[in-house]
Design a protein around this ligand. Sequence first.
Ligand code: FES
Length: 140
Amino acid sequence: MSGEPVYLKVFRYDPGADNAPRYEDYEVPWRQGLLLLQGLRYVRDNLDETLAFRDYCCGCSWCMSCVMTVNGKGRRTCSKLIMPGEHILVEPMRGFPIIRDLAVDFGVSITTSVGTFRKMAGTVLRRWNDAAGPDQGLGS
Ligand code: FES
């Protein structure tokens, strides 16, 4: 079943080439069961091959590699169902260095007696739920 398209406003930024971030709008055909990560793949495969993001790793809400900021909240994009006509703001996960567009450096995970942290170039952050604040809880 198909319906009204989905409208994605997507954060774009290449730290090595751009002076500032920008947003680009994409229209994605909706179909029953469409997930946000599939919508981003549609953009990359059909509309703009330069869009960078982490593609499927597990595809089942386990690995967290697909986490992005969706309408202001941290979400697993591989399990975020989208509805016909929905307008969605897609940005990189907050609190992590941007590699390009929606792809960030998640670093490596370090677990100690005082918690779990992410180690990245030049910094250590408490795992993203803590680092991003209470409104950044990771929904499905
Ligand atoms: S791809 Fe693994 S949680 Fe989304």
